[in-house]
Write a protein that binds this ligand. Structure first.
Ligand code: NAP
Length: 252
């Protein structure tokens, strides 16, 4: 893969939680970062400040990844500011409220599929078109943030969400093969139970601490422990790694 002189990475959902940790970790590794966020502009600005404190450039951009025109605006804005980008971290994701599948409302399912599947596909397609040597790009890498739920299935909690994350991993495998000859590596990271706002948003802030024994390492993970895996997948150390689904779950 050609080694670009400047690393510019677009991160969706970069304002909080895992995405924010990825933004800071990548800045420390020398990446300028585009911080996609859905609504919380203050949180995105705080992450941008952390990136700048690490000596790199940061650009917060508001985007709902489920909306195609907004996805194009995200990448257009990124390229107007930084020129060509070198990587995408497809991190934005939602679960909807916790609950049994039979009680899950159609609108909740529709939204989770729209953000986690369509949003990830739309961002990956635009990024692939820009980075692929087939279209005149210099190559690059995509990391999709999946979930341990993709193989656990999450019964009684959010089966529909688990299904979307299995779709993300299928997308990773197919895209990695399609784009490998064109200089774009594509990998997934499957986080386990990670300490972010997501659990409060789904209605159970204490969830990561409930039943800790179900995690072989007996504790939830920290966003930084996911960020390290992403940083490695985007580094030259991972130059022969594509189509990998890297599980970071404390053994779950
Ligand atoms: P989080 O703390 O809830 O943060 C979600 C981020 O996504 C925020 O930056 C939010 O922006 C953004 N976002 C939400 N909806 C969006 C949309 N429609 N378009 C663009 N951005 C959107 O979540 P997290 O726990 O860090 O999760 C990050 C990823 O890891 C998700 O894909 C999630 O499924 C996955 N994951 C998380 C866990 C876990 O235990 N936390 C486990 C496995 C997988 P605002 O700040 O503007 O709201």
């Amino acid at each position: 893969m050609p080694r670009p002189e400047r690393n510019v990475t677009v991160i969706t959902g970069g304002s909080r939680g895992i995405g924010a940790a990825i933004a800071v970790r990548l800045a420390e590794a020398g990446h300028d970062v585009v911080i996609g966020y859905a609504a919380d502009a203050d949180a995105a600005a705080r992450v941008a400040d952390q990136v700048r404190a690490a000596g790199r450039a940061a650009l917060p951009v508001r985007v709902d990844v489920a909306e195609e025109d907004q996805v194009h605006r995200l990448f257009d804005t990124a390229m107007e500011t930084f020129g060509p980008f070198t990587a995408l971290v497809n991190n934005a994701g939602v679960t909807g409220p916790l609950g049994r599948f039979t009680e899950t409302a159609t609108d909740e399912m529709r939204r989770v599929v729209a953000v986690n599947v369509l949003g990830t596909l739309l961002c990956a397609r635009r990024a692939a078109r820009e980075m692929s040597t087939r279209y005149g790009g210099a190559g690059g890498a995509i990391v999709n943030i999946s979930s341990g739920a993709a193989t656990l299935g999450s019964p009684g909690e959010y089966v529909h969400y688990a299904a979307t994350k299995a779709a993300v991993d299928a997308m990773t495998v197919g895209l990695s093969k399609e784009l490998a000859p064109d200089g774009v590596r594509v990998n997934s990271v499957q986080p386990g139970m990670i300490l972010t706002d997501m659990h409060a948003t789904m209605g159970d802030p204490e969830r990561p601490w409930r039943n800790p024994d179900r995690v072989p390492m007996r504790r939830p993970g920290h966003p930084e422990e996911i960020a390290g895996a992403v940083a490695w997948l985007l580094s030259p150390e991972a130059s022969y790694t594509t189509g990998a689904v890297l599980r970071v779950t404390g053994g779950l």
